[in-house]
Design a binder for this molecule. Structure first.
Ligand code: NAD
Length: 259
């Protein structure tokens, strides 16, 4: 029997077959989970995510449009889950956004107010906004995760305002864990190593970061998508029933060394 048998959850963040969320879904499905999905509004986005679901072996996915910046769309998604499934056991928040013009080396000091605000809104606040709507559906307890990066803690070239947003995301994780724990709902973050996805390519210094990890990380390589997927299974399954408010590094050990 799979570790996620009988559990139903929402996965937000598949853009294509390279997305971290895609690998997380792959591992969860392998362990028997029922996965529900969202796509950014628009036919093209829907087609793309539907194709990814098919390649995961889910031919008739539960799939709803969601721009997480909209409270109305968030309300609609969770209301539809309640209507169709009645409960939720897990939530995967795997989204981030910052205007790529400000993700260049040397650009941070000039970041405009609205760019800063939007990055923190989409990349961090939305985890709290989703948790607020998901928690009432987690009637038997539950587990939520968000995906962070080491740039939350240390300054990484070109990561800029996204690093600020990830610090906010990790702190949001701890405050959610504190408040939701009394209902046996756990909230954790995975700090994933650099991985070539659509979002990652928008970060100015990304290639350089990958090269440094491959050279210096204890495992002397970059992380694979399935490694983040399998860590997500751990955090979303009963295996981690005593773990909440934590950041789990899945980064080939890079965050554990000085040089
Ligand atoms: N790729 C990496 O190197 C890396 C490393 C550590 C953490 N992360 C984090 O992993 C998560 C997933 O990113 P990824 O690397 O898989 O890239 P990705 O581009 O495949 O996924 C990003 C997702 O965010 C979604 N998104 C953006 N704005 C949205 C909005 N307003 N509403 C709803 N969805 C929105 C996109 O549609 C996309 O599905 C992000 O939080 C990212 O910061 C990535």
């Amino acid at each position: 029997m799979g570790l996620m048998e009988g559990k139903t959850g929402l996965i937000v963040g598949i853009a294509n077959e390279r997305s971290y969320a895609y690998f997380i879904a792959e591992s969860l499905l392998r362990e028997g989970a029922t996965c529900l999905f969202t796509h950014l509004p628009g036919e093209k986005m829907e087609r793309r995510v539907r194709r990814s679901c098919e390649s995961l072996g889910v031919d008739d996915p539960w799939l709803q449009p969601l721009n997480a910046a909209s409270d109305e769309e968030l309300d609609a998604v969770f209301k539809q889950i309640e209507t169709d499934h009645g409960k939720l056991d897990f939530l995967v928040h795997s989204i981030a956004f910052a205007d790529k013009d400000w993700l260049k080396e040397g650009a941070f000091t000039h970041t405009p107010r609205e760019v800063f605000r939007d990055a923190v809104d989409i990349s961090a606040y939305t985890f709290a906004a989703m948790a607020d709507r998901a928690a009432p559906l987690m009637k038997d307890g539950g587990s939520m995760i968000a995906i962070s990066y080491y740039g939350a803690e240390k300054a990484a070239p070109g990561y800029n305002v996204m690093g600020v947003a990830k610090s906010a995301l990790e702190s949001t994780t701890r405050y959610l864990a504190l408040e939701l724990g009394q209902n046996e709902i756990r909230c954790n973050a995975i700090s994933g190593g650099p991985f070539r996805t659509m979002s990652a390519m928008a970060v100015g210094g990304f290639g350089k970061i990958m090269d440094v990890v491959a050279e210096r990380a204890p495992l002397r390589r970059n992380v694979e998508g399935r490694e983040v997927g399998d860590a997500a299974v751990f955090l979303l399954s009963n295996l981690s029933s005593g773990v909440t408010g934590q950041v789990l590094y899945v980064d080939c050990g890079f965050s554990s060394i000085v040089m």
